[in-house]
Design a protein around this ligand. Structure first.
Ligand code: NDP
Ligand SMILES: O=C(O)C1=N[C@H](C(=O)O)C[C@H](O)C1
Length: 268
């Protein structure tokens, strides 16, 4: 069987490097292109050089050049970058795995629209563990629908630019949907000063940023006399990279459509 040709956007970023390495180590894939922003000091360098594994692929900011051999683009960048890549990929039939977080509603709508022209997996967290945790949260939310206060705490490294994390928001959405609530109405994203008592229907979010924390998420169901905490902790970004490669393989026989990691992992 021929190798799957995969390009990586944000190739010199934390996830980009991890993906370049994971593709090199995968027996069924080949790095077919590497993109980064025009201002990146990594432009023109070999995408694998910082890993000590030269790939023969130079990092480019030119979409036509960086994607000329690619059937797939894995994108972990910023929403504004992803939306540019999306337009190009939709026009050229390149399938996408999007891990970028921090999209507004218009950005999410653009991804849904592009999925009418090409096949896309879009998920705020590609790890198996987090997606299984989302299923556990659905189950827990059903049982803790009354008498339990729901709070979501997430912690990430000092470089993360969006808050709360895409994963924390997804956890909130899953719980709110299960309980028939609208996260836009019940989400509480900051507390300061005299806040008044807690609204029992609210879902609170707390954000920690520091050091090199890869990604921790805890959902707290706090009742009277007991509390339950459901936690996931990432110790390496490799889990996101391996999930992304599973998403690429899942998309191989899809032509169009918007999918997430529940689809990839058979959790729906
Ligand atoms: N879904 C998941 O499982 C996961 C999602 N993420 C998400 O992935 C994204 C990237 O995370 P991370 O790798 O840590 O971030 P980094 O900042 O390390 O990497 C981002 C990369 O994208 C580049 N970039 C920045 N702006 C643009 C742009 N406008 N267009 C194109 N490329 C751009 C950066 O270039 P430069 O450095 O030169 O600015 C860099 O190479 C975040 O949104 C994060 O939340 C992260 C981990 C897991
Ligand atoms: O920026 C990160 O690092 C991560 N971002 C994703 C998010 O916002 O949920 C996934 C993971 O938590 C790591």
């Amino acid at each position: 069987m021929s190798e799957i040709k995969v390009a990586v956007a944000g190739a010199s970023g934390r996830m980009g490097k991890m993906l370049v390495e994971a593709i090199a180590d995968a027996g069924d894939m080949r790095l077919a292109g590497a993109l980064d922003v025009a201002a990146s000091p990594a432009l023109g360098t070999d995408a694998g050089i910082s890993l000590g594994k030269p790939s023969g692929v130079l990092i480019s900011s030119d979409f036509a050049e960086g994607l000329k051999d690619a059937a797939f683009l894995i994108d972990f960048t910023r929403p504004e970058g992803t939306l540019q890549h999306l337009e190009y990929c939709a026009a050229h039939g390149i399938k996408m795995v999007i891990g970028t977080t921090g999209f507004d509603e218009a950005g999410k709508a653009a991804i849904a629209e592009a999925a009418k022209k090409t096949a896309i997996v879009f998920a705020p967290n590609m790890s198996v563990g987090v997606n299984v945790t989302l299923k556990l949260l659905e189950m827990a939310a059903k049982s803790f629908s009354h008498g339990y206060d729901i709070e979501i705490v997430e912690a990430h490294h000092r470089h993360k630019v969006d808050a709360p994390s895409g994963t924390a928001l997804k956890m909130g959405e899953v719980i709110a949907d299960t309980l028939g609530r609208d996260l836009n109405e019940v989400g509480v994203f900051a507390r300061e000063g005299v806040t008044g008592e807690r609204d029992p229907s609210s879902i609170g979010f707390a954000t920690i940023r520091g050091g090199d924390i890869v990604g921790d998420h805890t959902v707290l169901f706090a009742g009277i006399g007991e509390r339950v905490e459901i936690s996931h902790k990432s110790s390496s970004r490799v889990t996101y990279a391996h999930g992304s490669l599973r998403a690429v393989r899942f998309l191989q026989d899809k032509q169009t459509g918007l999918f997430d990691m529940y689809d990839v992992l058979g959790l729906r």
